[in-house]
Design a protein around this ligand. Structure first.
Ligand SMILES: NC(=O)c1ccc[n+]([C@@H]2O[C@H](COP(=O)([O-])OP(=O)(O)OC[C@H]3O[C@@H](n4cnc5c(N)ncnc54)[C@H](O)[C@@H]3O)[C@@H](O)[C@H]2O)c1
Ligand SMILES: [Zn+2]
Ligand SMILES: [Zn+2]
Length: 370
């Protein structure tokens, strides 16, 4: 069928919205008619080459919509089902999925390639070429063909315009606090970078019972929004956070620190670790370029203060259990999602959406489709 999509043809170019030809779903796949797609910073990393992807590629990995057509061999979905597409697929059977670690599913090894799990043959075409799809989703398009392992069925009463947020950003941030940093009641938590992911870490920390949550972001709008979502204090930089956290904790420093800034570089580890107390834990969530091979750290402080540094992919979450759980928190008013979406855009304005994101004018931008 004819469709359209925002395509990245070369690193550094803007997203190009143009007509595409979309194949029917193959074995194990469904066609989803999208309602919305969040604008996550990771797509911009792909665009700038900080996070290399195969090209040409359709952007977008945070989408929700309705199953419109079902391919052969699909077992869990039917036409009309409402789904969130998770940026990390879960096969359910690999060594990691079998242990409840679906965020590490072996399928993840090929998500940056952006070609279908089953046969690595493109399902979308433009200018006579096969197109890849980011995270094997490509949600910057009104229609996409995806494997059912990427689709989590959700209740019909969850607004699809908002549900896409749990396909990446909210789940990653919430899980950064709850699963990876393991925030406990009474903790002092510092969240560095409070965009879509970081402000969800703020929410995760609040829901986990943190007493003090310090939001760190150079943009005033982001700091103010972080307070709406649960931050108790907000400052513009890690340097500014240092005397504040020292005072708030009487010199002990934060139990947990969470790095969710736009892009992590090696020099950002040292101030983060200095903000972390002895025996405390730092959770690294921001993407870093694969060319970064070293980071500043006082090694003896890490060792003799028994500090921990943990990584984080998809908030340490299992999409098939955690996405419905987070949407249930939303339904019960505990997890705020509506407050995260500052502005919606038609597909044609995807580049404007990213301009707004990068200049801190919005929290999460959202593409909406008819
Ligand atoms: N690990 C994962 O599974 C995963 C999943 C999704 C996104 N990410 C990554 O998380 C990061 C955040 O994504 P987002 O969509 O929330 O981005 P965003 O652009 O909405 O927010 C990032 C925020 O970081 C702030 N910032 C930049 N440098 C800073 C610094 N030195 N100190 C404090 N704040 C700083 C920016 O002002 C901005 O508000 C990105 O690197 C993204 O690629 C990782
Ligand atoms: Zn994302
Ligand atoms: Zn798996």
């Amino acid at each position: 069928m004819k469709s359209k999509a925002a395509i990245l043809w070369e690193v550094g170019q803007p997203w190009s919205v143009e007509e595409t030809e979309l194949d029917d779903p193959h074995f194990g796949e469904v066609r989803v008619k999208l309602a919305s797609s969040g604008l996550c910073h990771s797509d911009d990393h792909g665009k700038k080459g900080d996070l290399p992807t195969g090209l040409p590629i359709i952007g977008g990995h945070e989408g929700a919509g309705v199953v419109e057509a079902v391919g052969p061999g699909v077992r869990r979905l039917k036409e009309g089902d409402h789904v969130v597409m998770a940026f990390m697929p879960a096969c359910g059977h690999c060594r990691w999925c079998a242990q409840g670690l679906s965020m590490l599913c072996d399928h993840g090894a090929i998500i940056m390639e952006g070609l279908p799990i089953t046969d690595q043959i493109a399902r979308v075409h433009a200018r006579g070429q096969g197109l890849r799809t980011l995270s094997m989703l490509g949600t910057f398009a009104p229609y996409t063909v995806v494997h059912e392992d990427s689709c989590v069925k959700i209740d019909d009463d969850i607004p699809l315009e908002i549900a896409s947020l749990v396909g990446c950003g909210v789940t990653t941030g919430f899980g950064a606090a709850v699963n990876r940093a393991q925030v406990k009641p009474g903790d002092t938590v510092v969240v560095v970078g409070t965009g879509g992911v970081g402000s969800s870490a703020v929410q995760g920390a609040r829901i986990a019972g943190a007493e003090t949550i310090v939001a760190v972001d150079p943009f005033e709008f982001r700091r103010d929004q972080a307070k709406v979502l649960g931050a108790t204090h907000a400052v513009a930089s890690m340097e500014e956070a240092m005397p504040l956290v020292t005072e708030l904790t009487r010199g002990v420093m934060a139990d947990k620190t969470i790095m969710t800034a736009s892009l992590m570089t090696g020099d950002m580890l040292m101030p983060l670790m200095l903000l972390t107390r002895k025996g405390g834990r730092a959770c690294l969530t921001s993407v870093a370029s694969p060319t970064v091979l070293s980071a500043d750290i006082v090694l003896v402080d890490l060792i003799l203060s028994q500090k921990e540094i943990v990584g984080n992919v998809f908030g340490g979450c299992n999409p098939f259990s955690d996405i419905p759980r987070l949407l249930s928190l939303y339904k019960h008013g505990l997890l705020k999602l509506d407050e995260l979406v500052t502005k919606t855009y038609p597909l044609e304005q995807v580049n404007e959406g990213y301009d707004d994101l990068l200049s801190g004018r919005i929290m999460r931008g959202m593409l909406t489709f008819d």
